[in-house]
Design a protein. Structure first.
Lengths: 295, 146
């Protein structure tokens, strides 16, 4: 850069690129509108794609003006960050992998580079090379910004889904007067088991439950920590006057618990139906098949 | 053999989420090698205990899964290693009900009962490595399904 400044004839490559972007705003946006990324996102009209392209070119011009072409946090990008994120998200919703979205973003560079080369035909080769290096870096940063934005949206989505999972996966079902059941599904990590304990204890109070059934049919692995969480929940429910029954213990889980040496100090039943039958019997309500008795 | 693909892996153990990966990988690898449902469950449970030890006591580490075979028998070897404080008294750590972390104290000793081969390598200050191996034992008259 210093040698170009020294001869006073040529602008610095960064400023050259800035002026070029400003001058060719319309043409660049037109060419981008024909690229798969813009065509696929802006399906309503081509004008819409061109307008969106112009906004991106303006952002790049601003970034080049501030001479922060390598900085994805540059102020110029803030205007288009949301738009780029939306475009990336739209493409991944359409079924594209991250790599494919990234290569569609990369495809925005060649048209601009060709325009630049055409514009600087008369310039010395080393100046053209310096300018296209700046442009390449700038477009690389643009791609990074777009991917960053898309990734943070996916992160937010997965955080939301995690929160949803915490709530959705722990319904309390009232099976009978005084009998509630909680079907447990998935991994009982600390956060989940805390939610389970709270919802179960609340249900015990609200439903005046004397029996609470914890069904672990949907829990793939019962190790010592899961067992400990279960026992704590059982002990807490017991303190509130409800007896707990753990049901849904599959044969493989039963054998594993025995080998592991765990002593589940709680009433257990193989299936939810058995647990319900036991609880009903304890409440004095036996289920009788029609024809077996007088009624 | 085609079974090696999808079995060999080296997974980091840095958070609770990593434990989920470890369990899923072990379950898939065991199923691929032809372990029955009971043995799969045992192996996954042992892996879950050991991986949690690596995380809680060792401050994080990794699990390496390896496909082994000996005299026509297929097996899965899992190595859990960390660079934590190590175990001072192995005999005490391996006894039922002993805990230093507020758990039930059945993790290490229980995991040993769930696998066929169990090796532990640890000294204070030099981290801990636990290697376990399970073999697919084929009964004389295999009965498929339940």
């Amino acid at each position: 850069m210093p040698e170009h400044e020294a001869d006073g004839q040529l602008a610095t490559p960064t400023h050259e690129v800035r002026d070029f972007l400003h001058r060719r705003r319309e043409q660049i946006a037109q060419r981008w509108a024909d690229e798969p990324l813009f065509r696929a996102v802006f399906t309503v009209s081509r004008d819409e794609a061109v307008e969106a392209g112009k906004v991106v070119v303006d952002a790049l011009t601003q970034v080049a003006d501030s001479e922060q072409v390598e900085d994805p946090d540059s102020a110029g990008f803030s205007a288009v960050r949301e738009q780029l994120g939306r475009m990336g998200a739209a493409r991944s919703r359409a079924g594209l992998s991250n790599t494919q979205v990234s290569s569609e973003l990369a495809a925005l560079r060649p048209p601009v580079e060709n325009l630049l080369a055409a514009d600087l035909q008369q310039a010395p080769p080393e100046h053209l090379r310096a300018c296209s290096t700046v442009l390449t870096v700038l477009m690389g940063t643009l791609r990074l910004v777009a991917m960053q934005t898309a990734l943070s949206e996916w992160q937010a989505l997965s955080d939301r889904q995690r929160m949803q999972l915490l709530e959705v996966a722990t319904p309390v079902i009232r099976l009978w007067d005084g009998i509630v059941a909680v079907p447990l599904i998935g991994t009982l990590d600390s956060a989940r088991s805390q939610v389970v304990m709270e919802t179960l204890l609340n249900a015990v109070v609200e439903e005046h439950a004397r029996f609470a059934i914890l069904d672990i049919t949907g829990v793939p692995t019962v190790d010592s920590l899961v067992a400990q969480h279960l026992m704590k929940t059982v002990a807490a429910a017991r303190l509130m006057g409800a007896e707990c029954i753990v049901s849904g213990i599959r044969p493989a889980i039963a054998q594993t618990i025995v080998h592991l040496g765990l002593d589940l100090d709680v009433i257990t039943r193989a299936s939810l139906a058995d647990a319900l039958g036991y609880a009903l019997h304890q409440l004095g309500a036996d289920i009788v098949k029609p024809g077996a008795g007088q009624r | 053999m085609h079974t090696a693909a999808g079995v060999e892996a080296c997974l980091p153990i840095r958070s609770d989420m990593d434990l989920v990966w470890v369990r899923q990988h072990v379950r898939q690898a065991a199923a691929r090698l032809g372990f029955g449902l009971v043995d799969q469950t045992k192996l996954v449970t042992a892996a879950s205990e050991l991986a949690r030890n690596t995380l809680v006591h060792g401050g994080g580490g990794q699990m390496a899964a390896q496909h082994v075979s000996s005299r026509g028998s297929q097996g899965l070897r899992l190595a859990f290693s960390d660079e934590g404080p190590g175990i001072a008294d192995l005999e005490l750590a391996l006894s039922d009900g002993y805990t230093s972390g507020g758990g039930l104290g059945m993790g290490l000793s229980g995991a040993r009962r769930l696998v066929h081969d169990f090796e532990i390598d640890s000294a204070p200050g030099s981290g801990t490595t636990v290697r376990v191996t399970c073999w697919v034992v084929r009964p004389p008259r295999p009965r498929e399904g339940v």
